[in-house]
Design a protein around this ligand. Structure first.
Ligand code: KG4
Ligand code: ZN
Length: 325
């Protein structure tokens, strides 16, 4: 079974081609160069860049996969959540392709796809918990199997990556701030500043990251930018603590066999290490390869593959987009 996955929900134009569970090609054109000067993603520019690039990304994906266009059996496309204009580019492209090739098309939820990337070429034992920790989302899911996801917790304000990016901006670091905060933190003292660890009520699995971000802002107002590495390390420690406590709560409430992570923030080595140390002995943890943590087409293809395998009917060839931003 050859499956094509198309991802254009934010600022990455991604097309991934699978043969069953194996990646044949996975091409991602990032737009960091376009948006970094503005310190954040500019939706209008993102959709224009998708439109300008998607055709080439598709051609390269076919070439690298060494397949002909008519060998594609199924098409999956992200239709939700994301930037409206960006989603429309991928969905229009996918619907046109499905129509001309007369192949079935599946609409794919971007957040579930971030979790599904862990299904590539590995056996996962269910039930499992899935954690999307990205620039736009912080969402926890309970998974009965590869396709049955229930949302059990989410952020009520800023996403985890958004907090990293906003703190990065306050510190004058380049966009996106996440990786720069991690690099700075390597030379900092994480116990120097006590930032709050917001847990909401005793048993909530929801998140609120805006409080940590605001405390960093007040700290900088009072103390200036003298000790950026310590600020980064202390901030990162507070984020890790919040995530670990919530994950511990989740596994207490939902006993599972596997924990599946996804999203750009989980490229962070410090967070991986803390989660592994605190929780790794209790449940088996899966972190995707770093290049599969960011938005890409293969994560869409693999979820499409399992929808087909479980016998889910394809969508009609008129897919709505459900934007969040
Ligand atoms: O998953 P992603 O590519 O985009 C969304 O779907 O939202 O995630 C991008 C986010 C950005 O906020 C970026 O700062 C963050 O992932 N990120 C990191 C690291 N690398 C990327 N955050 C913390 N530490 C990192 N090493
Ligand atoms: Zn994403």
């Amino acid at each position: 079974m050859i499956v094509l996955g198309i991802e254009t929900s934010c600022d990455e134009t991604g097309i991934g081609i699978l043969k069953n569970e194996k990646i044949l090609s996975n091409i991602v054109a990032t737009q960091e160069d376009i948006h970094s000067v503005y310190g954040g993603v500019v939706p209008e520019l993102a959709s224009r860049a998708h439109l300008a690039r998607i055709d080439n990304v598709f051609k390269i994906a076919l070439e690298r996969a060494k397949i002909k266009i008519d060998e594609i059996d199924f098409i999956g496309v992200t239709n939700s959540p994301g930037l409206k204009g960006s989603l429309l580019v991928g969905v229009s492209f996918a619907c046109g392709l499905a129509y001309s090739l007369k192949k079935p098309i599946y609409k794919i939820d971007h957040l579930k796809a971030h979790i599904a990337v862990n299904f590539l070429n590995q056996e996962i034992e269910f039930p499992a918990l899935g954690f999307v920790i990205s620039g736009g989302h912080t969402s926890f899911y309970y998974l009965k199997n590869h396709i049955d996801f229930t949302l059990i917790g989410k952020t009520l304000d800023d996403a985890c990556g958004e907090a990293f990016d906003k703190v990065g901006r306050m510190l004058g670091l380049p966009f996106p701030g996440g990786p720069h905060v991690e690099w700075m933190a390597e030379n900092g003292d994480e116990n120097r500043i006590k930032f709050p660890v917001p847990l909401l009520s005793n048993n909530s699995l929801d998140f609120s990251f805006s409080g940590i971000k605001t405390s960093v802002m007040y700290y900088i107002k009072e103390n200036g930018l003298k000790n950026i590495p310590d600020i980064c390390a202390s901030f990162q420690k507070a984020i890790a603590e919040t995530l670990c406590i919530k994950i511990e709560r989740a596994i207490t409430r939902y006993p599972v066999k596997s924990l599946l992570f996804g999203g750009g923030v989980i490229q962070n080595n410090y967070l991986r290490k803390k989660i592994e140390e605190r929780i790794g002995k209790k449940v088996k943890i899966f972190f995707p390869e770093k290049k599969l943590c960011i938005d890409n087409g293969a994560m869409v293809s693999i979820l499409t593959y399992f929808l087909v395998k479980y016998g889910v009917e394809p969508s009609e060839n008129k897919i709505e987009v459900l934007p969040t931003k």
